[in-house]
Design a protein around this ligand. Structure first.
Ligand code: ASP
Length: 333
């Protein structure tokens, strides 16, 4: 089931999952943790947020954080859960293909130092987020694309495999007949996993991974692997990750914009709302026919999220509660 459909169908009060004891109380025993809590007067740490309904992914990320892992490890491990989930048709294995039937993945990752890595148009390797991390850590570059990215991944020990599942192939074949091979933009044809985490030391990292718009033109790349558009992390200020029609996010450098608005004093919620308004207030904007959503966190651990349409949600794991929360949204007519 698509994440947005789950949200349409589910009772939101039923999807929260309380797990374990308060993370804040666990943290109080270590002096380093006390320092971290003092630095974050508004929220207890660690915390993880992600777009859409991905409680298994946020649970994995929190497991990493509770074990003392970094925010960087947490977001990578969390995103990998969805990349390996063949039933999710928007990320990693099982992602819906481009209009020629190729599954091509985009991903990026950014750490507390502002280091970043990204892959675009990656074929046959499901854990795009981990390849992006390797680009960040093991090359002098920020971005690798296409065949070069795949060759790099194989050299790094990633196993190539066919990412097109029977279910996604069937959906593509049906689409080819119904849409007459014409790439279409609408509010349903996409999804991305974007995840932000703050570890117990108060350090922030983020990651983003996607198969992009379903049935896109071959070679199309969206916002998700573009640092500043799909994702931006500034450990002094906060972080943001985007989902939706990447072309619109790129045009406003959306995630960087949200972080800069927070730098100017806006809360994460206010910053996300302002970034959405920059899109919808453009002249001749066709916002009724596409979706963009942002989630953000600031250094104090406050979170915010906002979308153009109502089918957007955030999964948040904090204080032992892992829950899906529905977004407020712009287009209320
Ligand atoms: N932003 C992604 C892209 O445009 C898709 C999505 O988030 O749904 O490729």
């Amino acid at each position: 089931m698509k994440r947005r459909n789950f949200l349409k169908n589910a009772s939101l009060t039923g999807v929260g999952l309380a797990v374990g004891s308060s993370l804040a109380s666990c943290a109080e025993n270590a002096s380093e943790d006390k320092k971290a809590i003092a630095n974050t007067s508004k929220a207890s740490l660690p915390l993880v947020i992600a777009n859409w309904h991905v409680i298994d992914a946020t649970a994995k990320a929190m497991e990493v954080l509770q074990a003392g892992g970094t925010a960087l490890d947490a977001v990578e491990q969390g995103c990998k859960v969805e990349e390996a989930n063949e039933k999710g048709q928007s990320v990693g294995k099982g992602g819906l293909p481009d209009r020629d039937g190729n599954v091509t993945l985009d991903a990026c990752i950014m750490d507390k130092h502002g280091n970043c890595g990204s892959v675009v148009y990656l074929k046959d390797i499901k854990h795009a987020v981990s390849v992006a991390r390797k680009v960040m850590e093991d090359t002098p570059h920020v971005m690798l694309a296409g065949e070069g990215a795949k060759q790099f991944a194989i050299e790094q020990g990633f196993e190539p495999e066919d990412l097109l599942t029977e279910a996604s192939k069937e959906a593509w074949e049906k689409w080819k007949i119904e849409a007459k091979y014409k790439p279409i933009i609408n509010i349903e044809n996409h999804d991305t996993i974007g995840m932000l985490a703050i570890d117990k030391n108060g350090d922030i990292s983020g990651a983003c991974t996607t198969s992009g718009l379903a049935y896109k033109m071959a070679g199309r790349v969206g916002d998700s692997p573009i640092i500043g558009s799909g994702l931006f992390v500034d450990n002094e200020i906060g972080a943001c990750v985007a989902t939706g029609l990447g072309e619109e996010v790129v045009k406003t450098v959306g995630s960087f914009l949200v972080v800069e608005l927070m730098r100017q004093g806006k809360s994460p919620q206010e910053a996300c709302e302002e970034a959405i308004s920059r899109i919808v207030n453009k002249p001749n904007n066709d916002y009724k026919n596409f979706q963009v959503g942002y989630i953000a966190v600031n250094k104090q651990g406050e979170t915010g999220f906002y979308s153009i349409h109502q089918w957007f949600s955030m999964t948040k794991f904090q204080d032992g509660v892992n829950e899906q929360i529905q977004s407020d949204y712009f287009n209320k007519e």
